[in-house]
Design a protein around this ligand. Structure first.
Ligand code: RAM
Length: 385
């Protein structure tokens, strides 16, 4: 864990030096994403107790997602409930989660709501509770709205953690944080400063307006921006594409139409940044783009010349988020951790973790700092995630 902390500090320092970002080489797995980010995920011959069909099942049919497995075997069954279906980032998290559950012989139940709403997630939490699931790992579509459902789950002895987008401290035992909130805010703000040249208009294209992670990062960026250094930058709008491709396209087009002097769009969402990249290319504008994106989706748009809108962007390894969340779920279920500050556990190849206090009064483990994707490394990463 010490190594990871040092890595976070180093990356924070490096992020402040702009272009390099956290720019270790892709083989620098500690700074890349806290684990073996190059490792292809999910071996095909993993012993199963899990059910691959669950992971592959279309989310539209929530009722097919694992009810038999959760009740029928008498064994352990661990669920992952993501923000919404149809988002490749969520698929990668599921992939990592499922891989570990399969390897451990534990039934894996996957829930993907059709839309990124708290209501849809509450319905699925209630189904999982009724099925007698052992644990629920959730990426929250809202920090507070899920509390009654998740408290009820915990009252029934179900272990609850969250990943990617946290639910409030009373709604969980532990948060698997992909990277520190401040470091993401600082890193993105530095990118905006660098790409704008330190002055002019910029906008944020976010996901849903209730998403805990998006709002935390946006707040962190605004806090950074209070410094005099950023006084010539004007944040003209925070737009919401709801992590839907077409809505994100529409929102990007509206930003271009409404702000002719716009210099940079920062999209801290993989869906948003990809949609924005497509619009900027189609419209042949000189507006630039940065944010958080999947290398596999953004490779064609990353470059420093006029033909490319995105000079560089960031992310972490979403497969490792899924893996780490799986290890946390299993440790909660077998009782080796409760989610209290100071507890330790080993997350397979990802290494040793110590549970820390989170800014919201709960606890968390942090995977690692964000990693910079640049024209120099994007080709190596685009086939990884
Ligand atoms: C989108 C989602 C997710 C976020 C990533 C960066 O896929 O909003 O929650 O972590 O982007």
């Amino acid at each position: 864990m010490k190594k990871k902390l040092v890595s976070v500090m180093l990356c924070a320092a490096m992020a402040m030096t702009l272009l390099a970002g956290c720019g270790g080489s892709p083989s620098d797995s500690d700074s890349a994403a806290g684990g073996d980010a190059n490792a292809p995920s999910q071996g095909e011959d993993s012993t199963s107790g899990g059910d691959k069909e669950q992971a592959d099942a279309s989310a539209d049919d929530a009722d097919q997602n694992g009810s038999d497995q959760a009740t029928g075997t008498g064994g352990k069954s661990c669920a992952i409930l993501v923000k919404s279906a149809g988002n490749p980032y969520n698929k990668k998290m599921i992939e990592g989660f499922q891989e570990i559950m399969d390897a451990e012989g534990v039934t894996c139940v996957v829930k993907e709501p059709e839309e990124a709403s708290a209501e849809a997630q509450i319905k699925m939490i209630n189904e999982l509770v009724a099925q007698g699931i052992s644990s629920i790992a959730i990426a929250g579509n809202d920090p507070d709205a899920l509390q009654p459902a998740l408290e009820e789950a915990m009252n029934q002895g179900i272990k609850v953690c969250c990943m990617d987008s946290s639910v409030n401290a009373d709604s969980r035992q532990l948060f698997v944080n992909q990277a520190g909130i401040e470091i993401i805010g600082e890193t993105l703000m530095e990118a905006v400063y660098d790409i704008t040249g330190g002055e002019g208009q910029w906008a944020i294209l976010s996901a849903t307006s209730q998403a805990t992670n998006q709002n935390a990062w946006i707040d962190a960026m605004k806090t950074v921006m209070e410094d005099e250094k950023y006084s010539k930058l004007e944040l003209v709008e925070v737009a919401y594409g709801d992590d839907e491709y077409q809505k994100s396209v529409d929102q990007t087009q509206a930003l271009l139409a409404n702000y002719p002097d716009l210099k940079v769009i920062c999209a801290p969402t993989t869906v948003g940044i990809m949609a924005a990249a497509k619009v900027l290319k189609d419209e042949q504008t000189d507006v630039k783009l940065t944010g958080l994106g999947l290398p596999s989706e953004m490779a064609d748009y990353i470059g420093t010349d006029d033909a490319h809108s995105c000079p560089y962007m960031y992310l972490w390894n979403p497969i490792d988020i899924g893996r780490l969340t799986a290890y946390v779920s299993l440790a909660l279920v077998d009782g080796s951790i409760t989610g209290a500050e100071g507890e330790n556990f080993t997350a397979g190849d990802l290494g040793d973790y110590t549970i820390e206090a989170a800014a919201d009064g709960g606890t968390e483990v942090v995977l690692g700092p964000p990693f910079a994707f640049t024209p120099d490394n994007i080709e190596e990463w685009k086939n990884v995630y």
